[in-house]
Write a protein that binds this ligand. Structure first.
Ligand SMILES: Nc1ncnc2c1ncn2[C@@H]1O[C@H](COP(=O)(O)OP(=O)(O)OP(=O)(O)O)[C@@H](O)[C@H]1O
Ligand SMILES: [Mg+2]
Length: 163
């Protein structure tokens, strides 16, 4: 296997609860400096998944909402978790404006909804998940990992690669 090729996985979810549980499993193995970027149309389940991640990371769920309006929220859990939503942003300057790069360079884990809104938002080594709506409750998760750290995260989350 080419060490530089992205690691990809495909998962499915048949309910909002299942999506939350997938997120929770990821949150349980999240470590400082991990980066998780989410994309998918309105209502795909990015926030449902993110709430699961937060719960798995030991963040009280009452603290977690969609940060669409605040852009980024920081939660204290087993790991510090920065939860961003870039839906309303479009340029790298917007990211500087909210202190995004300081967070990226810090020790917290990052969970970023609508990450593809701003190309500079995603570090080279990132776990990216695109949620595709495949039916009223069906979702397909297209997972890719582009570096050593994110590949290790996928292995902790889903087990060793079969491919
Ligand atoms: N398999 C599923 N996974 C996730 N959500 C599902 C699923 N099936 C149905 N849903 C419903 O889809 C909606 C997902 O909403 P959520 O806020 O998580 O999406 P989002 O991607 O964050 O949307 P937005 O971009 O508008 O913030 C919820 O109403 C949820 O109940
Ligand atoms: Mg959302």
């Amino acid at each position: 296997m080419d060490a530089l090729a992205p690691l990809t996985r495909t998962l499915t979810s048949a309910s909002a609860v299942e999506t939350f549980r997938l997120g929770e499993a990821l949150g349980r193995v999240l470590e400082p400096r991990d980066f998780v970027g989410l994309d998918g149309q309105l209502g795909a389940g990015k926030t449902s998944f993110s709430r699961g991640v937060a719960q798995g990371a030991g963040v009280p769920l009452d603290d977690v909402s969609s940060p669409t309006y605040s852009i980024v929220q920081t939660y204290a859990g087993r790991v510090t978790l920065h939860h961003a939503d870039l839906y309303r942003l479009s340029t790298e300057g917007d990211l500087f404006g909210v202190g995004y790069f300081e967070l990226l360079e810090g020790d917290g884990a990052m969970l970023v909804e609508w990450v593809s809104q701003v190309p500079q938002a995603r570090p080279d080594d990132a776990l990216s998940i695109r949620l595709e709506v495949a039916g009223p409750e069906q979702r397909v998760f297209h997972v890719s990992a582009t570096g050593v750290r994110s590949r290790a995260l996928v292995s902790r989350w889903l087990g060793p690669a079969a491919d």
